[in-house]
Design a protein around this ligand. Structure first.
Ligand SMILES: NC(=O)c1ccc[n+]([C@@H]2O[C@H](COP(=O)([O-])OP(=O)(O)OC[C@H]3O[C@@H](n4cnc5c(N)ncnc54)[C@H](O)[C@@H]3O)[C@@H](O)[C@H]2O)c1
Length: 248
């Protein structure tokens, strides 16, 4: 299996995309450190043998202390970390004059600062092993900003640039870093947007040339590929997974 025996830390592991990535990593033989604000629930789709490879690590990564505490707990338990998937994210909607300082700060604390802090905490273990793969879940809106989401869009643009910078700086240490830029993926985050707007799921699907919304499993497939040795020459990439939808 592609990720046999690899130790992979996944944040946002209780969320729509994060839970699919967690399950996919475990199915491919990975040992998953499943991080979220809440206890990551048992996934009934996994066999007992596969589920045993997933351990829930509740942590609030929106603060420096929360990230430091998480990294310390992980270092105490594991000698090495082979993969890091920064998937936790928050979306605060609004244009600049609609949002408050708190919306801006909340977006950056989780979408950007936590990514930086966890990379900084885990990177030394990867450098020591001269191997590792980091996948940061950004957004297509980080590349092509949609209107009315200035804090989210700009935070995800920061994630793309951060990932590419890290890839350039640490490629020589055997560490690969990529940003994944999903389009419309049907998860609680997107469902909330549909519920609070007048847009129907079918209407949104019509804006996507492939004719459907993305599934969390689509993003998990790409992420596990990037974590695996099959992607050994892919680093510094920002890969869109959008069904050919174009925004911005
Ligand atoms: N759903 C989409 O259409 C879409 C599109 C592009 C990018 N993304 C990105 O994909 C990622 C996952 O999105 P999703 O749709 O699965 O969202 P989701 O809301 O289902 O999951 C996000 C998870 O992050 C966790 N989280 C948030 N703040 C946290 C904190 N401070 N500490 C620990 N965990 C925290 C939440 O508890 C939640 O489980 C996000 O980074 C999001 O921006 C999603």
């Amino acid at each position: 299996m592609d990720l046999d025996g690899r130790t992979i830390l996944v944040t946002g592991a209780a969320g729509g995309i994060g839970s699919a990535i967690t399950a996919a990593c475990a199915r491919l033989g990975g040992i998953v450190i499943a991080v979220d604000r809440v206890e990551v629930p048992h996934d009934p789709s996994l066999t007992a043998e596969v589920a045993a490879r997933v351990t829930s690590y509740p942590a609030d990564i929106s603060t420096a202390d929360g990230c430091t505490d998480l990294v310390t707990r992980v270092q105490e338990r594991f000698d090495s970390i082979d993969g890091l998937v920064n998937c936790a994210g928050v979306m605060r909607r609004g244009s600049l004059l609609d949002i408050g300082e708190d919306d801006w700060a909340a977006s950056y604390f989780v979408n950007v600062d936590a990514v930086m802090r966890l990379c900084r905490g885990i990177l030394p273990m990867m450098i020591a092993a001269q191997a590792g793969s980091i996948v940061n879940i950004a957004s297509q809106w980080g590349l092509h900003p949609a209107g009315g989401h200035i804090a989210y869009n700009s935070s995800k643009a920061a994630v793309v640039s951060f990932s590419q910078s890290l890839a350039r700086d640490y490629g020589g240490e055997g560490v690969r870093v990529n940003a994944v830029c999903p389009g419309e993926i049907l998860t609680p985050m997107l469902q909330q947007k549909l519920d609070t707007s007048n847009i129907a799921e079918a209407e949104l699907a019509e804006s996507i040339p492939l004719g459907r919304l993305g599934r969390p499993a689509d993003v998990a497939e790409l992420t596990t590929f990037l974590l695996s040795d099959r992607a050994s020459f892919i680093s510094g990439a920002a890969i869109e997974i959008t069904g050919a939808q174009r925004v911005g």
